[in-house]
Design a protein around this ligand. Structure first.
Ligand code: NAI
Ligand code: MG
Length: 482
């Protein structure tokens, strides 16, 4: 099947326009290495035009639209996304290399974000505050204004859903800079949203390079809030850049999230989660459960079953829908392969999955790899690999589990498997993470559940109602009337 790039243009002020510069970026299919087409590489002038168009939208139709009507528009876009979920999944599978089933789940998640935030748009309100005699005091929840959204390549549709859609629900006007490796569904979504009646300028899309279009967005004085998902290094650069204009940032960065299995756990129930949380999207997931901590009493039995399952994993082209697709790029494959080589050289590999027969030479495939008996301070147990490589670490006591789990620079997600209710509560309190899952992991992506990190995993929360507070600001009005 031949896939074509949806739009080779930028969406600015409701119109598809060429860039002010002539640069383009290739669109690669990571399953084959084939170049599918070209994207416009936006300039800082294009970003400036997009920010101005967003401001114009705030000063006209979009800014004056009632919250209920904004919600209705988003719900309508959600319906359109549902109807086009198959097309969006095909595009994503070709652009990101993710197995078709996973691409389809992303398209459905985007629709779900539109439903959730469409319904929530008119349900966020301020309050009245009892104060001194003669005053009436109340608060107003207001949009920041123009918000910038810098999105990575691993889950484009889901991250557009939790960031851009939530910002729109609060009445912001948005400028989206998708990742250079994966912009196709962002462009397709923008077309769907425009066709479904999103007012001109509420969403603007500038494709292009991070260090050009992305950087221009982070230093533009017209942008009043920035949301970034991606690497810790770039996140910190963005925070510095935003500081020049005192602009608040939400940073969703990486992780090295633990899945902790106690002796009394229902290991039968845990096993598929232990495996899937590490290999979903070929491990290119900020919340990947990439460290499996197992209590000594069940260590060898759980490890033996993990080994069995890893050996049964299959890797192949996205459209063949195996357990794993390729990595996003040759560069990502080189980074991940260095970690795999390190573990191999030290004899830590316990199991590897299989590359399917006949996979295309140009694709960026690696085998899912399980490392066992890894010391908690080892590089493989400390650094985010962002590939299908998971370490298994034994522990003895609850205190030791906490020390290991909290012993990295990150703190995004944690999973705990135990039948002991008291321990569940203690662990949930003591784990340093933005989300803790008890006897599950990830809660199937739950759009309703606030998400974000501590430490080098970032700050601010997206998803759920919490995102709506982040994408708005609070004004206190104090009236003295005697
Ligand atoms: P990245 O952080 O460079 O890219 C993410 C987004 O930031 C892209 O849209 C990119 O164009 C933009 N960007 C890059 N430099 C920028 C700058 N100076 N100013 C503004 N925007 C900029 O991530 P990359 O290079 O694609 O992947 C490298 C590593 O980052 C991965 O191996 C992984 O460890 C981590 N990562 C984490 C993600 C997460 O979900 N937390 C997602 C993607 C990558
Ligand atoms: Mg691509």
């Amino acid at each position: 099947m031949r896939i074509s790039v949806p739009e080779q243009a930028l969406l600015i002020g409701g119109r598809w326009v060429p860039s002010s510069g002539g640069d383009v970026l290739p669109v690669e299919d990571p399953s084959t290495g084939e170049i599918l087409g070209e994207l416009v590489s936006g300039t800082s002038d294009d970003v400036d035009a997009a920010v101005r168009a967003a401001q114009t939208a705030l000063d006209s139709d979009w800014g004056q639209m009632a919250a209920a009507e904004r919600g209705r528009v988003l719900s309508r876009i959600g319906q359109a996304v549902l109807q086009r979920a198959g097309m969006l999944a095909d595009l994503e599978a070709h652009d990101v290399g993710k197995p078709l089933k996973q691409a389809r789940a992303d398209a459905l998640a985007l629709a779900r974000y539109l439903e959730f935030y469409g319904g929530a748009a008119d349900k966020i309100h301020g309050e009245t505050i009892p104060f001194q005699h003669g005053y009436t005091v109340y608060t107003l929840r207001e949009p920041h204004g123009v918000t910038g959204h810098i999105v990575p390549w691993n889950y484009p549709m889901q991250i557009i859903g939790r960031s851009v859609v939530a910002a729109l629900a609060m009445g912001n006007a948005t400028v989206l800079k998708p990742a250079e490796q994966a912009s196709m569904t962002a462009l397709a979504f923008a077309r769907i949203a425009t066709d479904a009646g999103l007012p001109a300028g509420a969403l603007n899309v500038v494709t292009g390079r991070g260090d050009v279009a992305g950087a221009a967005l982070t230093r533009h004085p017209g942008v009043k809030h920035l949301s970034f998902t991606g690497s810790t290094a770039v996140g910190m650069t963005i925070q510095r850049s935003a500081a020049a204009n005192a602009v608040p940032v939400t940073l969703e960065l990486g992780g090295k999230s633990p899945q902790i299995v106690f002796d009394d756990a229902d290991t039968e129930k845990a096993l598929p989660f232990l495996v899937n949380a590490g290999i979903q999207n070929a491990g290119q997931t900020c919340s990947a459960g990439s460290r499996i901590l197992i209590q000594r009493g069940v260590y060898s039995s759980v490890l033996a079953r993990l080994i069995e399952r890893y050996r049964a994993l299959r890797v192949g082209p996205a459209m063949s829908d195996f357990d794993l697709g390729p990595l996003i790029s040759a560069r990502q494959k080189a980074v991940v392969s260095d970690y795999l080589d390190l573990g191999r050289a030290e004899g830590l590999i316990a199991a590897e999955g299989e590359l399917a027969a006949g996979i295309p030479d140009g694709g960026h495939y690696v085998r899912p790899t399980l490392f066992a008996d890894v010391a908690p301070g080892h590089r493989l147990a400390q650094e985010e690999i962002f590939g299908p490589a998971v370490v298994v670490i034994p522990f003895d006591t609850e205190d030791e589990a906490i020390a290991i789990a909290n012993g990295t620079a990150y703190g995004l997600v944690a999973g705990v498997w135990t039948a002991d209710g008291g321990r569940q509560m203690r662990m949930a309190r003591r784990l340093r993470a933005g989300q803790v899952f008890l006897n599950n992991y990830g809660a199937a992506g739950g759009v309703e559940l606030p998400f974000g990190g501590v430490g080098r995993s970032g700050h601010g929360r997206e998803k759920g109602f919490e995102a709506l507070y982040g994408f708005s600001t609070l004004k206190t009005v104090a009236a003295h009337h005697g």
